[in-house]
Design a protein around this ligand. Structure first.
Ligand code: GAR
Length: 215
């Protein structure tokens, strides 16, 4: 069983999908803690309800990004994780932090990277008129929403979509692919080698999901 720490900033629906996966027999991993950078992160209550220890490292209490990153790393290291999972964690992490967890730090982003890094991905996808949108799970590098891609899920952009309908369609896929990627890591089938993703025997299918009928 690998030890997994999840970092959140808000709602925590991806965290909940990972908690559900970890509770099933299929995932050889245990969520040993949830950390939030905001005391009002709604996901904290959901973590507690599942009996997972949670803690807030409030970024507003630190004078610099480096000091916050150092405090966050200390809180993480207390939990001795094998894997650190960003699940809607909306703080930019500094290079030293990212390097510390290199190869064991994952993120999910609501676009088909490298398109639309940053915020408001669904609004920007609609404004650009793309016909295909989706989400990406990747190893984290010091560049924002960037890094070796593990799995992506693509969904259509439908006529009549607005930001909310498109976000919901993408989020449903985030909840599929993030537990999949974490399970691969927990099974020791997924790793980073020379900056490239190595995935042994992807018997779950290709590391790309096309979801043509996603409503
Ligand atoms: C998710 O859509 C996630 O992909 C996104 O924040 C949302 C968090 O939702 N993350 C990013 O944009 C990271 N760049 P959740 O709190 O319900 O999991």
């Amino acid at each position: 069983m690998i030890r997994i720490v999840i970092l959140i900033s808000g709602r925590g629906s991806n965290m909940a999908s990972l908690l559900a996966a970890a509770a099933s027999a299929e995932m050889p991993g245990r969520i040993v803690g949830v950390l939030a950078n905001r005391p009002d992160a709604a996901g904290l209550a959901a973590a507690s309800a599942c009996g997972v220890p949670s803690r807030v490292v409030d970024h507003r209490l630190f004078a610099s990004r480096d000091q916050f990153d150092a405090a966050l790393a200390t809180a993480i290291d207390c939990l001795e994780p094998d894997l650190v999972v960003l699940a809607g964690f909306m703080r930019i992490l500094g290079e030293a932090f990212v390097r510390r967890y290199e190869g064991r730090l994952l993120n999910v982003h609501p676009s088909l990277l490298p398109a639309f890094p940053g915020l408001h991905t669904h609004r920007r996808a609609l404004a650009e008129g793309v016909r295909i949108h989706g989400c990406t799970v990747h190893f984290v590098t010091p560049d924002l929403d960037h890094g070796p891609i593990i799995v992506q899920a693509a969904v259509p952009v439908l006529d009549g979509d607005d930001e909310a309908t498109l976000a919901a369609r993408v989020l449903a896929q985030e909840h599929r692919v993030y537990p999949l990627a974490v399970r691969w890591f927990a099974e020791a089938r997924l790793r980073l080698r020379d900056g490239r993703v190595v995935l042994d025997s992807p018997q779950d299918g290709a590391a790309a999901l096309i979801v043509p009928n996603a409503a």
